[in-house]
Design a protein around this ligand. Sequence first.
Ligand code: KE4
Length: 431
Amino acid sequence: MISERKSRALFARAQLRIPGAVNSPVRAWAAVGGAPLFAARATGAYLYDADGNQFIDYVCSYGPAIAGHAHPAVVDAIAAQARAGLGFGASTELEVELAEIITSAIGVADKVRLVSSGTEAGMTALRIARAATGRSCIIKFDGCYHGHSDSLLVRAGSGGMTLGLPDSAGVPAELAALTMVATYNSIQSVEELFRKNPGRIAAIIVEPIAANMGVIPPEPGFLKTLESLAHQNGALLICDEVITGFRLSFGAASEKTGLAPDLIMLGKIIGGGLPVGAVAGPSRYMDLLAPAGPVYQAGTLSGNPLSVRAGIETLKLLKQPGVYERLEVASARLEAGLREALLRHEERGCVNRAGSLLTMFFGPSQVRNAEDARSSSSSRFTRFFHAMLESGINIPPSQFEALFVSLAHSDDDIDRTIVAVVNALGAASGG
Ligand code: KE4
């Protein structure tokens, strides 16, 4: 039994001064129960909690730690930048450098606007699309998560799905009505919305690989048909690459599939673990943003030098030869281990993977959309989660999140994880 005394005490203390004791709902472990661990430090593939327990970490800060936690090159760069100043309320050469790196890596991106979170990226992308088309409605997919801005908290994935709050309180019905919900991997559901709402839809917003209802890859042709449908109906296609941007390759996952989105959201990896978000796209849309155009958007800490410096350093690491091949080999080994463990325990379930993003679903033999994901057994996932923790493996505390593999996960880490999965499946099945 791992010691959790300090985490429990911190959780109780936090309850007094922080809503739900957390600053982001998924960290409260509401879906899996128990005393959520409080992190103390992390390095490479390992996270250490307040009680000193060491875990092989597959949360990886939900994506940014692709080079491993506290990579020395990133930490040194942040430290050096901090000594030069934490922020100025003025632009810096660093922002230009990061914009040049991103636009050279993403074909459709002439320009980039940096913000401080994926949520801000989503808000900004929607506002550009509504301004560009003069239309108010958007199409999103059940189970996809694009941050917590009002228009996007409709049938939202991630924490919304985990807590059973996909449609948040406090979002005016009049506003929520402008957000139409389709089914991931169902072109027919999108066609129907366009048919019923001619001339009203400004954009389709989609995760090119869904990772907030667990990992669900797009089926062949799905994304390309979305792009055609959007353009045939005078709407934009927004690809939310807050997770997938620079995760599967050095650039946008959507472009890897031959897509040419009208706007791309980015975040997480491009900030190297510090607060960041971005919208990128062609000048005809990006120049709508103030002060170039009439779409107002702003941020005190947008492009802040620490996040930008950490992002530049992380992208330098990812640009090195063989990086994505290494991630692919490690992730494929983990996927094979998970699949083998399911078979060995004759456990009903499946494993979805896209690059270094994986989810093991308990129950369904395939998961193609949110409904399939919701049919998973939360009780078996909960037992599995806690058994993995006991074995020193930290995975996201929700069936509706992704495991993130980093460059720091060694062969031995992967092997130890697979052994833990085999043991944990025994616990999950109540065996
Ligand atoms: P933030 O506002 O949390 O920086 O980004 C929102 C966001 C937008 N788009 C996608 C595809 C995302 O996955 C996210 C945020 N990801 C979740 C994890 N699945 C954040 C974890 C949390 O809410 O604490």
